[in-house]
Write a new protein. Structure first.
Lengths: 112, 111
């Protein structure tokens, strides 16, 4: 049973560029959430997708957007990258209305 | 202040018990979680407790919840070097199941 997978594992971008991160949920899960984890901090919730729609959103600017596909996989897009966007981006999945989320290994983004 | 607070570091000797503490602010928290993060890895859910429970035990792990004081603890019995990691306390409210995380406690286990 495959867990949550994310790609790529590492990424280096420059300020002003755009980036797309990808996530495949755990088998049987239909809900995907994205988190940003800055160095030395706990994960911060970005948004959650269910039935291909954004259902909940944390305190992140519109530069952060996402998408969910019919197979439940998801993408996180960040436009106009800032140095402060450097972080580990974590994807988590769960079955809708179930209390436990399962996390992927993350994508480490470095913005220069 | 932060919604979820934890001490940043804990150092224990191999074989001893570790106790990691956490406080949270919202009395409407429904679920409280403990996650483990090893270097360069994602988060692994260790255990969670519903807010109407006082205690939950799972093998070497014991979770204690004091709802009155909004205090959660994780006890790891017979701590091993493989337990060295960052431990995150988190809480979720209502039906959202979106956890709000603390900054994490770095557990260092030495021989």
């Amino acid at each position: 049973d495959a867990g949550v997978t994310q790609s790529p594992t590492h990424l280096i971008k420059t300020r002003g560029q755009q980036v797309t991160l990808r996530c495949s949920p755990k088998s049987g899960h239909d809900t995907v959430s994205w988190y940003q984890q800055a160095l030395g901090q706990g994960p911060q919730f970005i948004f959650q997708y269910y039935e291909e729609e954004e259902r909940q959103r944390g305190n992140f600017p519109d530069r952060f957007s996402g998408h969910q596909f019919p197979n439940y996989s998801s993408e996180l897009n960040v436009n106009a990258l800032l140095l402060g966007d450097s972080a580990l981006y974590l994807c988590a999945s769960n079955r809708q209305l179930q209390e436990t989320q399962y996390f992927g290994p993350g994508t480490r983004l470095l913005v220069l | 202040g932060e919604d979820v607070e934890q001490s940043l570091f804990l150092s224990v000797r191999e074989g001893d018990s570790s106790v990691i503490n956490c406080t949270y602010t919202d009395s409407s928290s429904t679920y409280l979680y403990w996650y483990k993060q090893e270097p360069g890895a994602g988060l692994q859910l260790l255990t969670y407790i519903f807010s109407n429970m006082d205690m939950k035990q799972d093998q070497r792990l014991t979770v204690l919840l004091n709802k009155k004081d909004k205090h959660l603890s994780l006890r790891i019995a017979d701590t091993q070097t493989g337990d060295s990691a960052i431990y995150f306390c988190a809480e979720s409210r209502g039906g959202s199941y979106i956890p709000t995380f603390g900054r994490g406690t770095s557990l260092i286990v030495h021989p």
